[in-house]
Design a protein around this ligand. Sequence first.
Ligand code: UDP
Ligand code: MG
Length: 136
Amino acid sequence: MSKLEQTLSIIKPDAVERNLENEIKDMFKKNGFSILKEKKIQIEKSEAEKFYKIHETKPFYKDLCDYLSSGPIVAMVLEKDNAIIGNRKLMGATNPKDADDGTIRKKYGISIDKNSVHGSDSIENAKIEIDFFFKD
Ligand code: UDP
Ligand code: MG
């Protein structure tokens, strides 16, 4: 069953820093995603802590929040049939070493922490994450 969905994608600081923004957007477009909204911003550590609250008990939480707030990011709303799972597939595994060929993380990811992109993992989280960046 296909269903038109929206998901939140973030191009993370390591990829923005390496000027990969347009290449990564091209990968989304070539894979049938429409970029409905986008903004390039740098967030405060306190905002990163809120965004990644789901991970607050994990050992990597502090470093993760430091990292996400360390430089400019590009937040985007992507739309496509089954966008949430489709984006997760296009991103590849969390650790770029485990990511399949042709995925964004395989192509551009440096390490498990500097893995170039974020993508929502469920319909519920996609709504929360889209609101986080784009509610006005
Ligand atoms: N992360 C990390 N170390 C780990 C696991 C995750 O630094 O051992 C970071 C990584 O940047 C990842 C983010 O925390 O993208 C969120 O983790 P999650 O398990 O939600 O992975 P994702 O959904 O991004 O694939
Ligand atoms: Mg996740």
